[in-house]
Structure formats: C-alpha cells, structure tokens
Design a protein around this ligand. Structure first.
Ligand SMILES: Nc1ncnc2c1ncn2[C@@H]1O[C@H](COP(=O)(O)OP(=O)(O)OP(=O)(O)O)[C@@H](O)[C@H]1O
Ligand SMILES: [Mg+2]
Length: 252
C-alpha cells in the first residue's frame, strides 16, 4: 500500500432543518497517493454532502478526517482554509471561471491567493499545467471564448496550480457531453499515471469510462469499495478479469 493521502473514519452527518435527518452513517474510506478514486451512487444518497466534509468545507459532522496524515479535527477556520488552499484542488460541476479574465489569469488565481511564489513564477507554473492538459494554446483567450469541455479543462488546471495532494471533483463532467466527459476522465487518469496525482471524483454517472483505479459505490446507505486495482491497474482490467459483477464487494 502506498502513502495515504485521505482517510475518513466513521463519518456521520445529520441535517437539522426542518427535521433531523441522518444523511451519512459511519462512512469510511481511504485513498492512497496516485490513486484515481470515484464515488458513484444515486441522486440524493449523500455524495456531495460527503465531499464537502472531505474537502473541509463542512465541519459539522461526527467522525475523523485525515488529510496527508494530518488530523482535521479541532482545527479552526483559518487553519482549514490553509489546508484547503494548499492541499486540495477542487473541480465543480459548473466551471466558475471568471469570464472576462484570460485563461492564464483564471488558472493563476488560487496561486496568487496562496502567495507561495512570486507572480511571474505562478504564471510559469500555470502555463505548465495548461500544457499538461493540452490547452496551452488557449492561455491568452478570454474564458468566455471557450467551449464547455475547454472550460472544464481550464478549471482542472486551476485546481492543480498549488500542486495539491488531492484533486476532488463533484460531478465535474456533469455538464459535458459523453465525448468531452471521456476526455476529462482520461485526463484524470493520465494525471494519476504520469504525475502520481491523487484524485477523488464524485459522479452519479453509471456510464463513466472505466479508467479509475478505485471505485466506491453507495448501496443500502453505506459506501462500499467495489474494486481497488493493484499497482494502479485500470478498472478496465479488473472488469475484464472479474466480470461486471465485482465478486469482491466489501465494505470499506
Ligand atoms: N442543507 C440541507 N438540509 C437538509 N437536507 C439536505 C441539505 N442538503 C442536502 N440535504 C439532503 O441530504 C441528502 C443528500 O444530499 P446530497 O446533495 O449529498 O446528495 P447527492 O448524492 O450529491 O445527490 P446528487 O447526485 O443529486 O447530486 C438528500 O436527501 C438531500 O435532500
Ligand atoms: Mg451531488
């Protein structure tokens, strides 16, 4: 097993308004460096709720969360913001790019906010990320002049700018057509393979391309680990080898 990047233990979450509802019940998961993990499940099962907790944006839960080996419990908002800015990259369903800004400026923004490098170096780093994602030639375009698929790739570059330990995405392909969705999933896979980038992507898309290395699925109110490949073997291998029924369904 590789180095653990994210671990959640017994995460339980209630919403109180208008009545008390338990949305997450003792959820646990572990993700190692360089793994490309996806969480799938029906609408309303609690995927986004869990992701907000795992990304430290929601602190109102019971259970334990470790990011890069560091416990998140008891940390104040300022410290959590530091963890979020430096260690977590986030890709949303809607790209949230600033339309009137250039692609390069959009990608640089979280780097300028973290203020770890001078702006010139942040610009160079941003260019490298855009090149890695095959969109370097779009750097000077305004975000408003891009296609949906291109915008989402820029959003991924922006999530990568501070070299996060983990990139999290809440349905990052939810607004894309099948072809662009596959392009994005294959890019994620490449980031994991070539750059050891750890990824956790939430989706309710049952037709996602089988490129992830760890697959979690929601069933009967619990999160199950359906498959975890050895040596980052892609899911397509696991499916060919074990068939689509995943005989080793185990609770994580
Ligand atoms: N602020 C809130 N107050 C009360 N209930 C909420 C709140 N936010 C979400 N819920 C409920 O919690 C459950 C889980 O919601 P969540 O958004 O996590 O689902 P999801 O799995 O992400 O669904 P989808 O695939 O549609 O995005 C749902 O039943 C939802 O109605
Ligand atoms: Mg959701």
């Amino acid at each position: 097993m590789g180095e653990m990047i994210l671990e959640a233990r017994n995460i339980t979450k209630y919403f109180h308004d208008p009545v008390e509802v338990k949305v997450l019940s003792e959820i646990g998961l572990k993700i190692n460096k360089g793994e490309f993990a996806t969480i799938t499940g029906k609408s309303g099962c609690g995927k986004s709720t869990l992701l907000y907790i795992l990304s430290t944006m929601d602190t109102d839960y019971n259970g334990e969360l470790f990011i890069d080996g560091e416990p998140m419990k008891g940390k104040g908002e300022a410290e959590l913001a530091r963890v979020r800015n430096g260690k977590i990259g986030f890709v949303f369903q809607f790209h949230y790019l600033l339309n009137e800004f250039s692609v390069l400026d959009n990608v640089m923004l979280p780097g300028l906010k973290l203020n770890q490098y001078p702006p010139k170096e942040i610009a160079q780093r941003a260019m490298r990320k855009l090149d890695m994602l095959g969109i370097g030639q779009l750097a000077q375009r305004k975000a408003s002049q891009l296609s949906g698929g291109e915008k989402q790739r820029v959003a991924i570059a922006r999530a990568m700018i501070n070299d996060p330990c983990i990139i999290m995405g809440d349905e990052p392909t939810g607004n894309l057509d099948k072809n662009n969705g596959e392009i994005v999933f294959n890019l994620f896979r490449r980031l994991a393979d070539e750059f050891q980038q750890t990824l956790l992507i939430v989706t309710h898309d049952q037709n996602l391309p089988p490129v992830q290395t760890v697959l979690f699925r929601w069933k009967m109110g619990k999160l199950w680990i359906v498959a975890r490949s050895c040596n980052n073997m892609p899911q397509i291998f696991i499916r060919k080898y074990f068939g689509n029924q995943f005989p080793f369904l185990t609770q994580h």
